[in-house]
Write a protein that binds this ligand. Structure first.
Ligand SMILES: *[C@@H]1O[C@H](CO)[C@@H](O)[C@H](O)[C@H]1NC(C)=O
Length: 404
């Protein structure tokens, strides 16, 4: 880099930004998406939580979109550890860019997903309804099946229940007796709000603007879904999201879809229409991926997840190169924290982009052992700038007048 800089400096004097990697006149940035899986329902949660900050520092990407940082305390713990490198960050709990109030705010009453009144309502109304309507035996078989029964039969009760409290229970319950434990205040001063959509965006470059939006504004969801939309200096629009998982049972009580395949399609449509005419980078757990029947290795043979939905990303004009460049599962049967009995190999985490970017090879990342999550990450360097003699973007700095 330094000799290259020296060379360029004789022509232009803009090579002072040593972190800007230039490839034939383009500005390149590395982006990573990673589903952190931080719920007690996934094995090894405390140890994985503890090991993640070091891994995110080592990842050393310009921008990282993480999913499933469900709890304020987990998010704050991670941000504190990584903000020396990723000075800019944003989540639905942030009150402004790089400002999560946890760090300084003193609270008189603890703020948790369920407050004492929610806990009372849960035991007096929600649980009895589930019991009388015959859902409790289903809970014993599968949480999702029980939730689906309760959402269908106790929807009225759910609608007057705290959205965060119900989300938290759905995300963290490990048994009938520990339904609400992770979600309610333990002692005075115990603050641990729910980061309902689980999202957070980290960046080395300045985040010029950022906001969180629900996919279905005004509706309450059992699992809250939406996206962070950010403008990042020298990169442009970055969208960080987590699309609905395709659970076999549908347990939303305030949406009109028949199943999660339909809901995920509606979420995709929100993104595709909102960003239709803008260059953007989409970092997400897409919860959809193609079937791949034959491949060079076992971990590249993919079962496919709602493959018809994946086709809609391709039809929508999105580009991604991970499947050709690497192609190994990001959600893998042989990951020790994945239940191999019910989960086949799939690639559901992607860096997608639409517009004037050129991409270097994508690869799997954050796939160390012991695992950090039930997912592995995906990492890719994207370049913005000159491709065919036309300057597309103002960021094309450090470029002399020579042709490529
Ligand atoms: C997708 O991106 C790759 C890498 O930049 C590029 O080679 C390819 O032409 C792009 N495909 C489409 C359809 O734009």
């Amino acid at each position: 880099m330094s000799s290259y800089c020296h060379l360029v400096r004789t022509v232009v004097s803009l090579c002072v930004l040593s972190h800007v990697v230039m490839v034939s006149g383009q500005t390149c940035r590395t982006v990573t998406t990673f589903n952190a899986g931080l719920t007690p329902r996934i094995d090894d949660y405390p140890s994985r939580l503890k090991r993640q900050p070091a891994a995110l520092l080592k990842e050393d990407a310009d921008v990282i979109c993480v999913q499933e940082y469900w709890f304020e305390n987990d998010l704050a713990h991670m941000l504190k550890a990584v903000s020396s490198k990723y000075a800019y960050h944003f989540s639905p709990l942030h009150t402004s860019i790089s400002y999560l109030p946890t760090f300084s705010r003193k609270r008189i009453f603890p703020e948790t997903a369920c407050d004492p009144a929610d806990a009372a309502y849960f035991y007096l109304r929600v649980l009895p309804c589930a019991l009388f309507r015959g859902c409790v035996p289903l809970f014993l078989q599968s949480l999702q099946e029980g939730l689906s029964c309760a959402a269908a039969k106790c929807g009225v009760v759910f609608k007057t229940f705290s959205e965060d409290c119900l989300s938290c229970i759905s995300l963290t319950a490990t048994s009938l007796s520990a339904l609400i434990d992770a979600c309610k205040p333990v002692t005075n001063g115990y603050n641990n709000r729910l980061n309902g959509p689980g999202l957070a965006l980290l960046s080395k470059q300045e985040i010029l603007s950022a906001e969180y939006r629900d996919f279905f504004p005004g509706r309450e969801l059992t699992l809250q879904r939406g996206f962070i939309e950010a403008e990042i200096k020298d990169l442009g629009t970055v969208v960080c999201s987590h699309f609905s998982a395709i659970f076999p049972y549908y347990f939303e009580y305030n949406l009109d879809f028949a199943n999660y395949v339909q809901q995920q399609q509606a979420e995709m449509a929100v993104i595709q229409s909102r960003f239709q005419s803008r260059d953007h980078i989409l970092l997400a757990d897409f919860n959809t991926g193609p079937q791949v029947e034959t491949a060079s290795s076992e971990d590249r043979v993919l079962k496919g997840e709602a493959p018809q939905n994946f086709q809609m990303w391709i039809a929508g004009g999105y580009n991604f190169t991970y499947l050709e460049d690497d192609g190994r599962c990001t959600f893998c049967r042989d990951n020790p924290v994945v239940d191999s009995n019910i989960h086949p190999n799939n690639v559901i985490d992607y860096v997608m982009f639409k517009g004037h970017y050129t991409a270097q090879k994508a690869k799997r990342t954050l796939d160390e052992s012991p695992p950090l999550s039930d997912h592995y990450g995906v990492r890719q360097t994207l370049c913005i700038g000159k491709k065919d003699g036309i300057l597309r973007k103002p960021y094309n700095i450090g470029r002399n007048s020579k042709k490529n």
